[in-house]
Design a protein around this ligand. Sequence first.
Ligand code: PLP
Length: 452
Amino acid sequence: LEVVRSVEPRIADAIAKELNDQRESLKLIASENYASPAVLLAMGNWLSDKYAEGTIGRRFYAGCQNVDTVESVAVEHAKALFDAPYAYVQPHSGIDANLVAYWAILADRVEVPHLKKFEKRQINELTDAEWAELRQAFGNQRMLGMSLDAGGHLTHGFRPNISGKMFDQRSYGVDRSTGQIDYAALRETAREFKPLVIVGGYSAYPRKVNFATLREIADEVGATFMVDMAHFAGLVAGKVFTGDHSPFPHAHIVTTTTHKSLRGPRGGAVFAQPELSGQVDRGCPMVLGGPLAHVMAAKAIAFAEARQPSFQTYAQQIVTNSQALAEGLTKRGVQLVSGGTDNHLVLIDVHPFGLTGRQAEQALLDSGVVTNRNAIPQDPNGAWYTSGIRIGTPALTSRGLGVAEMDQIAELIHTVLAGTTPDATSKAKFHLDPAVADRVHKQAHELLAGFP
Ligand code: PLP
């Protein structure tokens, strides 16, 4: 840090402060974790200085022998970890991984009139009319993905993301009474809508998904089946989600982030059946710039770590902790979406406390409990204020907290939610007795001191 400080002390201070904040607050954001020192060190080094556009052994730059080694080792571990026939580890993030996958699916599935004619020509030789023909063929394709309020992600065809502009999207959701995916309704929608692609996966759904059923539906309507396992990749890697509940081998194409439950560096990856691999390999330069060799090195370390038996114990403990947290909240009268959890996250409905998600999120933060607000099914407060709080256990499980601590955390969360009074004039303002916030902060601090 002193080297950084000699150039710009404010950056050194922010880094040091971030470490301190992460040590001292209850990190319950479901998409966050603590990467190992090996992952962090593999990322902060001279590989960062190298350009290596292209694929392993076929680069557009000279001198890529070390990047080739790094990418090959990352691919080797990734394939072994998920028992996948093909892996692409270049995507810089989850969004990028999804873009690579969408392009691969479009290129594989969409019949472009006279495509052969285009293939034989250099792209810069196409006339404007030919370009228009190409664009028309790729536009307006259909996607069926999970709705945002049921826990889907923006990249699954929603307007603020480019996927919502690339695809005509229809959503599937959850059954009102169970809070779980309504497979019969999903099948009906798929039959009627006939999507080119069905996307499984989520950011805020607390239950297992039956991927075998989704594949069956995709086959019935002739769709390509993609799973975005960004959130639960660690549970797949750790063999908690197996059989029908693993995307492998049911999905044609699987995308992930590497930094959530998988506990690697910030980044993405794509896995595919062999028939799609050629298109996925074109991710760079189709939608990606030069690969981040330093991050691929850190992905290789994270995949190797996840292949250790201890990672399976970790993944199981994530779910055990999540269920303990759900039970601790339920017994204190807190209402949970779907009544519980099968995975790493719990979704609290804060409506019964008279609060919006925004108020609850800030009240918890003021008390040293870091969570995020989230929409819940049929949310009356919309995507900005919301009525839910999403909490997840991957990070605290990495620190070694267990079932007993989850019950204490449930008590802290309940204390804050029950002690917060909404301001009648605003969906963002609230009152929380500072003495309560201080007490919870202190208790959270003491709890974490046992898990440095
Ligand atoms: N897909 C899902 C399901 C996610 O939850 C997220 C992140 O929140 C992403 C994709 C995007 O990942 P990134 O932030 O790395 O682009």
